[in-house]
Each structure stands twice: as structure tokens, then as C-alpha cells.
Design a protein around this ligand. Structure first.
Ligand code: ITT
Length: 202
């Protein structure tokens, strides 16, 4: 008997991604589609605690989301860590972006030679029956001297990945960013686990 397929995906294989950020959702959808997983953006209450650890923030949100919707969910928390600022803004990336923004970070970095930084992403997967499991992705790069590019979101216009060709994330397509990015790496780890051992349990 043939499996029923909808838009290229076997029916029922859906990853429910709880996020308010449409850019994150689009990136996740593209990565997970490589694994024939469909992604649905789930609008459900998920408290985002303030903590020094992205893992704790993602896990707590995922547990809150699953409590509120009863479905297996993915929650992702990400941040930009600047070496010369001792890892700032890190877990406070959203607050800093919404307050001082890119200009504030560039101002803090004025005359600073060491411009190394990295993005980290933690994807937490949790079901109503099981404890959260986390997948981590990291991309090393540097903070460019000014904003460059108009694609992507957040800190993309000032972040140049080391493994790239001199462009910032904001000068790349979603596909190009996903090859190198923290989120792409964390989601691929999730998808490989989910398509293998993990999948059989859910
Ligand atoms: P959620 O609803 O999924 O939590 P969010 O926008 O609040 O979406 P995060 O808390 O994970 O996302 O991210 C914190 C901030 O870090 C976010 O506001 C962005 O400014 C920045 N950020 C995260 N991932 C990024 C990326 O891939 N490129 C550029 N900036 C990013």
C-alpha cells in the first residue's frame, strides 16, 4: 500500500515549532524539509525565563509549551556571544537587540581589535511523556565594523561567519545561512536523531 503524501511529506511527520519569530520558523522549515519533515509554527504560550543558560531557557519554555498544548514540541533559544564583551549579550540577546540594537553593539565594540564572536542555538524537544532533550549548534565568526546586508534578522547584518566567504549572514540566502548557522547545525542534529532512534519512540 502506498503512503499518502502531502506536499512532499508523508502524512503525520510534522515538527511543531513553538516560536514567535517568523524568520526562525522559515529557517527551520528549510532545514527540516531536507529530512522530509514538515514544520508547523505553533502559537502557544511558552514562558521565556531569564537565565544564564540557553539550555535552561529552551527546556523551561518547551515544558511550559507542552503543558499548554499536549503535543510534542520544538523550542529554540539562541544568542550572540561576543568574546571581548565577555560573552555579552549571550542569553540577553533579545533584550539588547530590542533596546540598544545593532548600533549599540557596534558602539560598544568601537576601537576593539578582537572582534571574535559566536552564535549558539539550543533546540529543545519535549513530548507530554518524556523529559526534554537538547541539541546544540554553534557558529564562530566576527563582528563586522558596520551593518552589511538586508536579509535574515536580528544580528545577521553585523555577523560574519569564519567558514563563509566574507559575507555577513544578512548577505546570504536562507539556504546559505542554514549551511553554516548555529540553528542549522542544532536542527540537523535533532532531525538526524528524530529520523533514527528518536523517531521510533514517538
Ligand atoms: P522565539 O519566539 O523563538 O523565542 P526570539 O526572536 O525571541 O524568538 P531568541 O530568544 O532565540 O528568539 O533570540 C534572541 C535574540 O537573538 C533574537 O531577538 C535575535 O535578535 C537574536 N538572534 C537569534 N538567532 C539569530 C540569528 O540566527 N541571526 C541573528 N540574530 C539572531
Amino acid at each position: 500500500m502506498k503512503t499518502k503524501v502531502s506536499a512532499g511529506f508523508p502524512l503525520g511527520k510534522v515538527a511543531y515549532f513553538v516560536t514567535s519569530n517568523v524568520h526562525k520558523f522559515q529557517e527551520a522549515r528549510q532545514v527540516l524539509s531536507e529530512y522530509r519533515l514538515a514544520t508547523a509554527k505553533l502559537k502557544v504560550e511558552a514562558v521565556e525565563i531569564q537565565d544564564d543558560s540557553l539550555e535552561n531557557i529552551a527546556k523551561y519554555s518547551a515544558l511550559d509549551a507542552v503543558k499548554n498544548c499536549g503535543l510534542p514540541v520544538l523550542v529554540e533559544d539562541a544568542g550572540l556571544f561576543v568574546d571581548s564583551l565577555k560573552g555579552f549579550p549571550g542569553p540577553y540577546s533579545k533584550y539588547v537587540y530590542n533596546t540598544v540594537g545593532l548600533k549599540g553593539i557596534l558602539k560598544l565594540m568601537k576601537n576593539i581589535e578582537n572582534r571574535s564572536a559566536y552564535f549558539k542555538s539550543v533546540v529543545a524537544f519535549v513530548t507530554p511523556e518524556e523529559d526534554p532533550i537538547c541539541f546544540v549548534g554553534k557558529v564562530e565568526g566576527k563582528i563586522f565594523l558596520q551593518e552589511k546586508g538586508t536579509s535574515g534578522f536580528g544580528y545577521d547584518p553585523i555577523f560574519e561567519p569564519h567558514e563563509g566567504d566574507g559575507r555577513t549572514f544578512a548577505e546570504m540566502t536562507t539556504e546559505e545561512k542554514n549551511v553554516l548557522s548555529h540553528r542549522g547545525k542544532a536542527l540537523r542534529k535533532f532531525a538526524e536523531w528524530y529520523s533514527g532512534a528518536g523517531k521510533r519512540r514517538f
